[in-house]
Ligand binder design. Structure first.
Ligand code: AMP
Length: 305
């Protein structure tokens, strides 16, 4: 089953302790779509400016991502500039230039209106709602956001998250949205806002998934080299939704497997700047890391317990 993603397509300038890159390919929808494309067909809706290099379009097309919904308009592409210190879990936003994104009104092409799997990647929650209203009967909807929207449009965001199946945010955002420092309490408050399933990304500490009845914890894959965490969250979400769309398995077990595939995809993405690692990645490598993940987290039950 194919996935529809709506989000940002960007040129990013990123600084980490391991290097600097200027105006490289980025954006929430870009990372998501590329990651999901290893599992299923992806349709992308977004906007770029006239400065968006053809090589990036060619790359996305080479991943079989349908770009019918990616419009190119006069002006400059969305540009985000961020910096990471040695604590790679927290990005410091230095500049956000919305550019062509400022007047972006997502129009879902007719052939995508029946999409069953939909991801509202990180964009203005008012736009996320407009998209949600244009997709007729989605089976699974996931949504991401960021601190920028939690502080500027909290009410619009709350309306969106009460209508999605999986709300995927990082731990700082969970604390900010709930006003709770403790993550378990934060999760309860967010579920009380009408969220069905909450996935909290904790960078190098992994992921926690809450649904009100059970909690699932997956570690991050331990890596010796992390160069650039930009896009890790979107890459996670791409692997997660891509796997769900591929298998259609929405049981507790299927969703847990999807969380691990998401974690595997994110672990590859952080190994290089921009989407460089995803550009060389192959499906057998993904499977091999999934198997390592399984061995790493497996332990036997104690018979008397
Ligand atoms: P992540 O590291 O997964 O949270 O996502 C990083 C990506 O989000 C970068 O490639 C940015 O281009 C994009 N981004 C940053 N700020 C915004 C924003 N305000 N709206 C949409 N996308 C953004």
């Amino acid at each position: 089953m194919s996935i529809l993603v709506v989000g940002s397509v960007a040129l990013d300038s990123v600084e980490t302790p391991f290097g600097v890159r200027e105006r490289v390919l980025g954006g929430s929808a870009t990372y998501f779509a590329t990651s999901a494309s290893f599992f299923t067909d992806v349709n992308l809706v977004g906007v770029v400016g006239e400065d968006f290099p053809q090589e990036h379009t060619d790359f996305l097309t080479s991943r079989n991502i349908d770009l019918t919904g990616l419009s190119k308009v006069p002006g400059e592409t969305f540009h985000w500039k961020g910096r990471y210190g040695y604590d790679l879990n927290e990005a410091q936003t230095l500049e956000t230039h919305l550019n062509v994104f400022a007047s972006f009104k997502p129009v879902i092409p007719e052939q995508y209106a029946d999409a069953e799997y939909l991801i509202l990647a990180n964009i203005d929650p008012e736009l996320q709602m407009e998209v949600l209203n244009q997709v007729k009967k989605p089976k699974v909807v996931a949504c991401d956001t960021m601190n920028f929207w939690i502080s500027s449009k909290p009410e619009a965001l709350k309306k969106v998250i009460s209508r999605v199946d999986f709300f995927i945010i990082n731990e700082g955002e969970a604390r900010q949205l709930s006003g709770e420092a403790n993550l378990v309490r934060a999760a309860r408050k967010i579920l009380d806002m009408g969220v069905k399933n909450l996935i909290v990304k904790r960078g190098e500490y992994g992921v926690l998934m809450f649904n009100g009845a059970t909690v699932f914890a997956a570690p991050a894959f331990p890596l010796e080299e992390v160069f650039d965490p930009t896009g890790a969250g979107d890459t996670f979400a791409g692997g997660f939704m891509g796997y769900l769309a591929n298998t259609g398995n929405l049981t507790d077990e299927g969703v847990r497997q999807a969380v691990v595939f998401g974690s595997v995809m994110a672990s590859f993405n952080v190994e290089a700047f921009s989407l460089d690692r995803l550009k060389t990645l192959s499906y057998p490598e993904i499977e091999a890391r999934y198997r390592s993940f399984k061995r790493m987290t497996h332990f036997e039950g104690v018979s008397e317990l």
